[in-house]
Ligand binder design. Structure first.
Ligand SMILES: *Cc1c(COP(=O)(O)O)cnc(C)c1O
Length: 399
């Protein structure tokens, strides 16, 4: 269907070999490989503790629960994110409060917007390192300290991204990662929490498996005979197959992230002279991990034609994201309306995500550029009047 898909997985024969070894070993749920995966991931992010779970959403939910976020609490979240970021807050019984993004140049949550959302009930901030670009963590951590708030970093897009000397996922109280199929590294389904706080790590380990004080693996190794249940936990366990795959993927992540970076800078230069679009994060100083390649169209109303023009050439595109506060569930439950978050809504209505993954070729980007150029050339030929209004909507070139 697609000659150029939005993203691609990257497995090899050794992965298949490693998976079949796990099956042969006879121990398939959490065990030694999971412990090793957690240790390696903690070292990679440079934190004391990493706890593997079944997916990124489970990681976010456990992050909220372990920080005792619950009924009556408010948690500040961006709306320009995958719905799971906000859903996790609701699972914990708390209320998400949506803060706007910085603007067209930087699609991450705005520190000033966070500050404006703070109330006596605010307990935490969940930031999202959108597309793999770190949020302004210096300003956000200062706000959190000033108001005594917890910080959860939704780092689903950002394994390996750094902010100053720290890794995304090592800056706030807890980092949450996803290893879903389209992420920078994948275990098919999977997730990870990272933290430097030993108290939180213990609580998360307990909540991950039914609130039990010992695991099947502990008892298998003769470390325990029985167990107590000390909290209302969940089954958010990962398994040895996924952990084996995770170890393989983690070993290749740095190289893949470097490939993403090289493709990203080629892309940016290739699209830079097209006036009808803008490239968020184009002046980004380069510590992001380029999870996706978002562009903003100057005219929101041409997005469907733009996407179908690329589709007709076999090029898959997507939208990151329809804003969470405008989903019908959120509108119905909280009475949210369009106009609440101007920057988020501006970006969400114009955003198109172009293909980006490590195995992509420079020629693929050239082909995308040619298709985009052709689209806008044809559009100008049909609607010459449009050009006059281009500058008005998003300002001058580069926004
Ligand atoms: C993928 C993703 C999640 C959820 O991860 P799953 O592993 O699919 O549960 C959460 N937040 C963001 C920003 C994501 O991109």
């Amino acid at each position: 269907m697609w000659s150029l898909a939005l993203s691609d997985t990257c497995f090899d024969e050794e992965d298949a070999h490693v998976l079949s070894n796990v099956l042969e070993s006879g121990w398939v749920s959490m065990g030694a490989l999971t412990e090793k995966f957690e240790r390696r991931f903690a070292d990679f992010i440079n934190v004391k503790h990493a706890i593997a779970v079944s997916n990124g959403t489970a990681a976010l939910h456990l992050a909220c629960e372990s920080l005792n976020i619950g009924a009556g609490d408010e948690v500040i979240v961006p709306s320009l994110t995958f719905v799971a970021t906000a859903n996790a807050v609701l699972y914990a019984g708390a209320t998400p409060v949506f803060a706007d993004i910085q603007g067209a140049r930087d699609l991450t949550i705005a520190p000033e917007a966070i500050e404006n959302c703070i109330s006596p009930r605010t307990k935490a901030i969940v930031v999202v390192h959108y597309a793999g670009y770190p949020c302004n963590m210096t300003a956000i951590m200062a706000i959190a300290r000033r108001h005594n708030l917890h910080v959860i970093e939704d780092s689903a897009h950002a394994p390996g991204a750094t902010h100053g000397t720290l890794n995304c996922g090592a800056i706030g109280d807890i980092g949450c990662f996803s290893f879903f199929a389209n992420k920078n590294m994948t275990t098919a389904e999977g997730g990870m929490l990272t933290t430097n706080r030993t108290d939180l790590a213990q609580r998360i380990r307990c909540l991950r498996s039914h609130g039990m004080t010992s695991s099947t693996y502990d008892r298998h190794r003769g470390h325990a005979y029985s167990y107590d249940v000390t909290a209302l936990g969940y089954n958010y366990r990962i398994d040895e197959l996924r952990s084996a795959l995770g170890l393989r993927q983690l070993g290749k992540l740095a190289q893949w992230n470097a490939q993403r970076r090289a493709l990203w800078s080629y892309y940016r230069d290739a699209l830079d002279d097209i006036d009808a679009l803008a490239i968020p994060f184009r002046d980004h100083e380069g510590q992001g991990v380029h999870h996706i390649f978002p562009i903003l169209l100057k005219h929101a109303d041409c997005r469907p034609q733009f996407m179908s023009a690329l589709k007709s050439h076999g090029i898959q595109t997507s939208i990151h994201y329809p804003p969470v506060h405008l989903f019908s569930y959120y509108r119905r439950t909280f009475g949210f309306r369009a106009g609440m978050l101007p920057n988020t809504e501006m970006a969400a209505s114009r955003e198109v995500t172009l293909p980006l993954y490590p195995g992509m070729e420079i020629e693929d980007i050239d082909r995308i550029r040619a298709c985009i150029k052709k689209f806008f050339r044809n559009k100008r030929a049909v609607q010459p009047a449009m050009t006059g209004s281009v500058a008005g909507t998003l300002g001058t070139k580069g926004l």
